[in-house]
Design a protein around this ligand. Structure first.
Ligand SMILES: [Zn+2]
Length: 235
């Protein structure tokens, strides 16, 4: 007997039948991202490189010491990755972050020591006004997915943005960086003291946000900091 349409609609709401990468119809057993997209996503595989050869790690050299600088995908405009991130961030699809976090976490558990030597995963926080408007922080679901597959704890409110007064738009790059550096703080330093903390975000562009977060986490007494994003853009 066919399902009543209201139940069917409800299931469709929970499990969209369109791939969030390519908008193609999902096959039975696929959820959020189709098998074709999964096979063709531009993986960085930075976690398989020695840290000295990792181009993302190099971007933090001389700025902040990070143990692992990781990004699952390469951010390419107008491609599947941009589409996925758009869905995650603006189309009320936080679940896609969790799926990507699961997949990446399994990779990292196989090829790195993160599943044993990581103590806490913390997402980059949104400004409270943005959080209220969007209803969720797009980095939370990625943190949650990673935490589940690495079997390490995560904490949504470990970091917070502090109010900044001046507009960022008229500042030059250096001033902007300084401004970003001022806007994060560790809510409860005891929570990170002595720990290896992985700070996660959806996209890395200049790296200034993750750099600022890593600095405050270290300043609060963390033993080590690593960073991971869903995607990173080339400079
Ligand atoms: Zn697809």
């Amino acid at each position: 007997m066919p399902l009543p349409s209201v139940v069917d609609d409800f299931i469709t709401l929970l499990f969209p039948r369109q791939c969030l990468g390519c908008s193609g119809v999902l096959a039975r057993g696929e959820a959020f991202i189709c098998t074709d997209c999964r096979a063709q996503l531009p993986y960085t595989d930075y976690h398989r490189l020695p840290e000295a050869e990792n181009p993302l790690a190099r971007r933090f050299w001389g700025k902040v010491p990070v143990q692992h600088a990781l990004s699952y995908l390469r951010f390419l405009r107008r491609g599947r990755v941009q589409h996925l991130l758009h869905q995650l961030k603006y189309q009320n699809q936080p679940e896609v972050g969790r799926v990507l976090g699961h997949w990446y976490g399994h990779e990292l558990a196989q090829h790195t020591s993160l599943s044993t030597d990581l103590d806490l995963i913390v997402p980059v926080p949104l400004h409270p006004r943005k959080l209220a408007k969007r209803g969720y922080n797009q980095s939370d679901s990625f943190a949650e997915g990673l935490a589940e597959s690495l079997q390490r704890p995560w904490q949504a409110e470990a970091l917070r943005r502090v109010e900044h007064t001046s507009s960022q738009t008229r500042k030059n790059r250096m001033q902007r960086w300084e401004n970003v550096a001022e806007v994060f703080e560790v809510v409860n330093p005891a929570e990170v003291t002595g720990k290896h903390v992985l700070v996660v975000d959806d996209v890395l562009t200049t790296g200034a946000t993750l750099e600022a977060c890593a600095l405050v986490v270290l300043a609060a007494g963390a033993r080590t900091v690593s960073i991971a994003t869903i995607a990173c853009a080339d400079r």
